[in-house]
Design a protein around this ligand. Structure first.
Ligand code: DGY
Length: 446
């Protein structure tokens, strides 16, 4: 493994060629695996980010990435966290464990943070294909069905906030924010064999105690026959993740604009109604004393107040437009400054002051390029370019020095997790192509 001080920066063209080559080598025919041995299938939010990466040099391939993911959509609208397009042995749990091996293609039974509509809107804005809207129509129709699923199956009481049942669904699998709620999940009593720790060092991955609970939940969903109401009522893990809700809010607004652009007026109206309800509801997650939004354990009403990256997605979700928003944004900037100053490279996924902080272990402190980018996009859109630049610069510095790893130590800059990682290469390509989302939030939320 290399460290940030060591290598000389290669020329830009050479760098771009290197990152494109990673996407090409991870391409399995219409979809890219995140990292060949650690994650040998197509992941949901990885695919969304990778589509934007592909678009920097191959637009047709970019749309294929989206179409391949959506081929795994369930009849109820859910777009799964993993689509198991082709069998592979190096990953656990596979489609049989999920109880979804008879589906075509096989999938998991949970979803992942819905960044896709926002990425699709961005891709349309940058498309050079004159026939792009014809290709987009079925994609947008599927996105609408997915968003409906979130608001219907994951918010059956119409609170305006959606719940998640598995840390894998949040994307930030072993965040210290989930430590307390996970205590309510019994460890599985059955034997299973992890594959991840055979591929990367165990010190970079979640502990066995967490995996025992991850596996319990996978079995629980299968044993409930994937019945939405049974799972809502019975899941021992049922949280409102601020990050996922912020991402959905933003995506609802972006999808409404896409619907308008494609003449889907009713769907646009429906999404704007969801957006307005969620925007009002997410206010309840703001904590004045902390100066940031927090997540919620809906089984006991407890707030999950750990200082993680999640809070800084508030700008991306455009949450500070209402009365009092300026003061809240200023408070959040203070938190961001503190978090950035507390490590050498930003943005640590957990504040070093948190007792759960671990700079090397997955979501317990390491820096994630795609999170840096999403947060930076929000900062830029809200007129905070200095912090945005810091995140973009840190991201490129880490990737250049250590290589396109899955995540990085915020202290040493060491590259961690899977090597030759697709969305890290995609983020590098996006940053090298220039910043700016190419979409305006004002228009999205008008
Ligand atoms: C894993 O296996 O680590 C993934 O994050 C699950 O989606």
């Amino acid at each position: 493994m290399t460290h940030p001080e060591s290598p000389v920066q290669p020329a830009r063209d050479q760098e771009i060629a290197q990152f494109r080559a990673i996407l090409r080598s991870n391409d399995r025919g219409g979809y890219a695996v995140p990292s060949s041995r650690l994650y040998p299938f197509q992941w949901n939010w990885d695919a969304a980010i990778n589509a934007v990466g592909w678009q920097t040099f191959d637009e047709d391939r970019a749309w294929q990435e989206v179409e391949s993911l959506l081929a795994g959509q369930w009849d109820n609208g859910m777009v799964p966290s993993i689509v198991f397009h082709k069998p592979a042995q190096s990953y656990f749990p596979g489609p049989q464990e999920w109880g979804c091996d008879d589906r075509q293609p096989p999938t998991t039974s949970i979803s992942q943070p819905p960044v896709l509509a926002t990425m699709v809107r961005r891709m349309r804005a940058r498309s050079v294909d004159p026939a792009v809207d014809a290709r987009l129509a079925p994609i947008v129709a599927r996105l609408v069905r997915w968003h409906r699923w979130w608001h219907r199956d994951r918010d059956p009481l119409h609170t305006g906030l959606v719940v998640t049942y598995h840390p894998w669904e949040t994307g930030s699998d072993n965040s210290p924010a989930w430590d307390e709620p996970l205590k309510a999940v019994p460890p599985t009593a059955r034997a299973y064999q992890r594959r991840d720790t055979g591929v990367v060092d165990g010190s970079m991955r979640p502990h066995k105690a967490e995996y025992d609970r991850f596996v319990y939940l996978v079995d629980f969903f299968r044993d409930c026959g994937f019945d939405a109401r049974k799972i809502y009522d019975g899941s021992p893990f049922r949280i409102v993740d601020f990050a996922l809700n912020a991402i959905l809010l933003r995506a609802d607004a972006d999808l409404a604009v896409l619907c308008d652009d494609l003449g889907m007026r009713d769907e646009a109206g429906e999404l704007r109604a969801c957006h307005a309800r969620s925007l009002a509801a997410i206010d309840s997650l703001w904590c004045d004393a902390l100066g940031r939004h927090v997540s919620l354990d809906t089984r006991n009403g407890r707030r999950l107040e750990q200082h993680t990256h999640a809070a800084y997605l508030a700008w991306y979700a455009n949450l500070f437009q209402r009365a009092g928003g300026t003061a809240r944004s200023a408070a959040l900037q203070g938190g961001l400054e503190d978090l950035l100053q507390s490590t050498r490279f930003g943005l640590a996924s957990t504040h070093p002051r948190d007792p759960g902080f671990d700079p090397r272990r997955y979501w317990r402190g390491s820096v994630w390029p795609h999170i840096n980018w999403l947060v930076a996009e929000g900062l830029s859109e809200q007129g905070l370019p200095v912090a945005a630049r810091r995140l973009r610069d840190d991201t490129l510095a880490l990737v250049r020095a250590a290589g396109p790893f899955e995540y990085f130590s915020p202290d040493s800059g060491e590259g961690l997790g899977g090597p030759d990682f697709s969305w890290t290469a995609s983020i590098a390509l996006i940053l090298l192509a220039g910043s700016g989302s190419g979409v305006s939030q004002g228009a999205a939320c008008a």
